[in-house]
Structures are given as structure tokens and as C-alpha cells.
Design a protein around this ligand. Structure first.
Ligand code: AMP
Ligand code: ZN
Length: 464
């Protein structure tokens, strides 16, 4: 099976060849944990979960290392922690805040049926490696210390800007960067900066301070995946400056040709055609959406758009995804999974073509309905499970749907049983009255006669 991935570095769909087939390594920039994650943040989590599943399928479950970091020191975190934990030691305060937020994040994305990554490194547990990287950068002539700061010297790296495909001059013309007096070049970025007593900090050869955001990812990927690894992912907004600067740091510290060989970026998510923002009132956290929609509905709605396209997240799309899943759950009930479909794996191997994979799934479902005996049904179920669906039983799915629609299962069952008793006792007036009551609740009932006993049994369903 050949996997092809669109690579931001080469601007082409490249054939994926891992450095080491027995340890395929992927790093994805994870959340900055100070508040509930929004539905846009869920996109890279779902997209790279799917890639993780595909790589495990192709290379073997234990042969893939997926690192998704937790950014647990950052100026937004520091401010929030100072506000929420006044008087608490700043390092302890950010720890309290970030562990609580990380637990919320994990609970949310578990509902989205994402597998836990192999490692979830914390920036605050990787400070020693960050200091190590700075030492190497200074020694190699790519960084300098000035006024309690350490800066990366972009002028010293000939192909700085290769990922973003921009020259240093172009970047300087377009950027609004802080022109601090201690910078040699306006584009030089911070590796280390001083902290006050009220800010979290660590001792270092350059004074008490904290790392720059870009340095965190270079240190965590190095610690867990090595100097060079296979895939690096994140949202398209991270290409510049975050990923460009990660590359600059890692390559110049280690003296390597590349940091990661394949750079993948997901497109942005909008809501009902507009940029998601708190002021527009269209800002949704994952948690809020999970109050109204099962996580698998959010997952399916997300995967219906190819990951590199912008996605327009609409309530209509959620409704459609829910109807599809109602059907899939119903159709998959009590069917034993066999092997996932080759056609679906092939679609995913073509730069994660999820719209094609979903079209294949619909085809498989229809084939399974038509063919008796042929195992399309088992394949359909296995494919859904492989993609992260059918995480619960058909019965529990249907029960939650009924509860969400305000349908009282116990009441319906009591009415159905009473009607059956009346009917078996030939009390037709009463059984008809009970049938009308059920119809008024939106329930359809099907009677069957047991040929041996002559008695009726009834199955029921709520109209979808
Ligand atoms: P952050 O917590 O802001 O660092 O973002 C975590 C991840 O979510 C990064 O990979 C971002 O690129 C991604 N991200 C943030 N907002 C959106 C959005 N609206 N659509 C898609 N991805 C996003
Ligand atoms: Zn990162």
C-alpha cells in the first residue's frame, strides 16, 4: 500500500517513505491549555488521529509513535493562572490551571473517538532539553544572548523561510514584528526571555526566565522522536512563524538537512460561513457542542470535508451527519466486524481523501443490503470501527437519540405491552385506542404472529 501525503515543504503530494518502518514517527502541535478547546481545535486532533489509525493499519499497531504535545507554559496561560490563582507560586499556579484544562480537553476529544497519542509531552517537563538546544544554537553560531534574552539569528540561516516559501526580505516587508533594541534583525525570534517574580520561570545560564513557544516544540519532538523524524502536523496558521521557527531551531542545533520530512497542515474551520469569534456569537467549544450532539456526529461532519480545504461547520451538516449515523448504527447492529475495506484504505492513502472514503462507505452499505451471504456487511462494520465510529452499541445509540428527542422509552414500552395484552385478549377497541396513542407519540409498530402459539409479538420504532 502506497501512502501519498501533501507536503507543505515540497508543495507536492509525496510518496510517504518512513525513515524506519519499525518506528514511524509523527509530531503534532497540541493545545495551549488555559480554557476549553473550541471546535476549530478539534480539527487537527481528528485529522491526525485518522492518519495515526492509517499508519497503524499499514505499519502495525506498535510501530508508530505519535507525539502530541501539551503547551503548558505560554503568556496566555501565565495571565490566566495569575488571575485564577492569586498569591500562588507562578509555576504551581500554571500547573494547577493546565492540568485541569488538559483533563477537560482529554475528556472532550475522547468523545470524538480519538485514540490517545503514544506520548503527550508537557513543555514544563522538557525545560532541560530546551536549554540544551540553546547551548547548541549559540555554539553553532545561530543564536545570541542580549539583555536577559536569547534570540535566534535568522540572518545566519541561509534557507530560513523555505517552509513558508518566502524570503527574509518579503517576510520583513509583511510582518509586524516587535523591533526590540537588542535584536540584530527584526525577524529574530525569542528562544528564552526573562521572567519577573510574578511570572513562571526556571533558572538558566542566561538568567531566570522561560522559553519561547517555538522552542518548546523543537525540544519535545527531539526528546521523543529524535533529531529527524517523519511527519509534523498542525493547523495551516502554524506554518509561519511557528513551524518555520521550529525548523530553524532544530536544523541549526542538530546540523541536519531536515527536521521532519513531511509537513502537513489542516485548513481552517469556519462556522456558518464566518470566522469563528466570540464577538460574532458563533464561537463553539467542543464541550458545548457535545451537550447537543454525540461526538461521532462531530467527527463525521468534520471528515466529510477534505482536511486541506477550509471547512464550513453548519448545524445543517451536523443534522445530516446524525441522520447518516442513525442509519449506520441501525444497519450495523449485531453484525460481526471482519476486515476494513481496501477501497476505503486506498482513499485514505491518497492524502487522507475522506470524502472519497465516505462515498465508498455508502457504496459498501448499499452493497451489503443487497447481497445476502457475501460479507460486505462485516466489512462495512469493520471499516466504520477502523474510522472511529460505532464506539457504542446500536441500542445505546438509539436510546440516547430517543432521550435527546424527549422520547420516553419506558412509557412507550408500557403502552406497547398493554396493547399487546389487549390484542391477545381480543379486546380490539382498547388495542386500537392504545395504537392511536402510540402513533401520536411518533411510534410505528410492527406486529408479527408466532406461527406455533398463534400469539402476537410487537416491535416498535420511532419515526426518524
Ligand atoms: P492553539 O491551542 O491555538 O495553539 O491551537 C491548537 C491547534 O488548533 C493548532 O494546530 C491550530 O492550528 C488549530 N486551530 C486553531 N483554530 C483553528 C480553526 N479555526 N480551524 C482549524 N484548526 C484550528
Ligand atoms: Zn508546535
Amino acid at each position: 500500500m502506497t501512502i501519498r501525503l501533501y507536503n507543505t515543504l515540497t508543495r507536492e503530494k509525496d510518496v510517504f517513505v518512513p525513515l524506519d518502518r519499525s518506528n514511524v514517527r509523527m509530531y503534532v502541535c497540541g493545545p495551549t491549555v488555559y480554557d476549553f478547546a473550541h471546535i476549530g481545535n478539534a480539527r487537527p486532533v481528528i485529522v491526525f488521529d485518522l492518519l495515526f489509525r492509517l499508519l497503524r493499519h499499514v505499519y502495525g499497531e506498535t510501530q508508530v509513535t505519535y507525539a502530541r504535545n501539551v503547551t503548558d507554559v505560554d503568556d496566555k496561560i501565565n495571565e490566566r493562572a495569575a488571575r485564577d490563582f492569586p498569591g500562588v507560586d507562578p509555576v504551581k499556579a500554571i500547573h494547577e490551571l493546565t492540568e485541569k484544562t488538559y483533563a477537560q480537553f482529554t475528556a472532550d476529544i475522547t468523545e470524538l473517538r480519538t485514540l490517545p497519542p503514544t506520548v503527550e509531552p508537557r513543555a514544563t517537563e522538557t525545560i532541560a532539553e530546551m536549554i540544551g538546544l540553546i547551548h547548541r544554537l549559540i555554539k553553532n553560531g545561530f543564536a545570541y544572548a542580549a539583555e536577559g534574552h536569547v534570540l535566534f539569528d535568522v540572518g545566519a540561516m541561509p534557507d530560513y523561510g523555505k517552509l513558508a516559501n518566502r524570503s527574509l526580505d518579503e517576510m520583513m516587508a509583511g510582518a509586524r514584528v516587535e523591533v526590540a533594541p537588542y535584536k540584530r534583525n527584526a525577524m529574530d525570534f525569542v528562544l528564552w526571555k526573562p521572567s519577573s517574580d510574578q511570572e513562571p520561570g526556571w533558572t538558566s545560564p542566561w538568567g531566570y526566565g522561560r522559553p519561547g513557544w517555538h522552542l518548546e516544540c523543537s525540544a519535545m519532538s527531539w526528546k521523543h522522536l529524535g533529531e529527524t523524524f517523519d511527519i509534523h502536523g498542525g493547523g495551516i496558521d502554524l506554518v509561519f512563524p511557528h513551524h518555520e521557527n521550529e525548523i530553524a531551531q532544530s536544523r541549526c542545533a542538530h546540523g541536519t538537512e531536515v527536521m521532519a520530512r513531511y509537513w502537513m497542515h489542516n485548513g481552517f474551520l469556519q462556522v456558518e460561513g464566518e470566522k469563528m469569534s466570540k464577538s460574532l456569537g458563533n464561537f463553539f467549544t467542543i464541550r458545548e457542542l457535545l451537550n447537543d450532539w454525540p461526538g461521532e456526529v462531530l467527527r463525521l461532519a468534520m471528515l466529510r470535508t477534505h482536511y486541506r480545504q477550509p471547512i464550513d461547520f453548519t448545524m445543517k451538516a451536523l443534522e445530516e451527519a446524525r441522520r447518516t449515523l442513525d442509519d449506520w448504527y441501525w444497519f450495523a447492529a449485531d453484525v460481526r466486524a471482519t476486515e476494513p475495506s481496501d477501497a476505503v484504505i486506498e482513499a485514505l492513502s491518497d492524502d487522507l481523501n475522506t470524502p472519497k472514503a465516505i462515498a465508498e462507505l455508502h457504496g459498501l452499505r448499499n452493497a451489503a443490503q443487497k447481497a445476502d451471504g457475501f460479507d460486505a456487511h462485516g466489512e462495512f462494520v469493520a471499516t466504520l470501527k477502523f474510522l472511529g465510529f460505532l464506539g457504542e452499541s446500536a441500542e445505546s445509540w438509539a436510546e440516547k437519540r430517543r432521550a435527546a428527542a424527549g422520547i420516553d422509552t419506558a412509557k412507550i414500552e408500557a403502552l406497547v405491552a398493554a396493547r399487546l395484552t389487549a390484542r391477545n385478549a381480543k379486546n380490539f377497541a382498547e388495542s386500537d385506542r392504545l395504537r392511536d396513542e402510540l402513533v401520536a407519540l411518533g411510534v410505528t409498530i410492527k406486529d408479527a404472529k408466532d406461527p406455533k402459539t398463534g400469539r402476537f409479538t410487537t416491535t416498535w420504532e420511532v419515526a426518524r
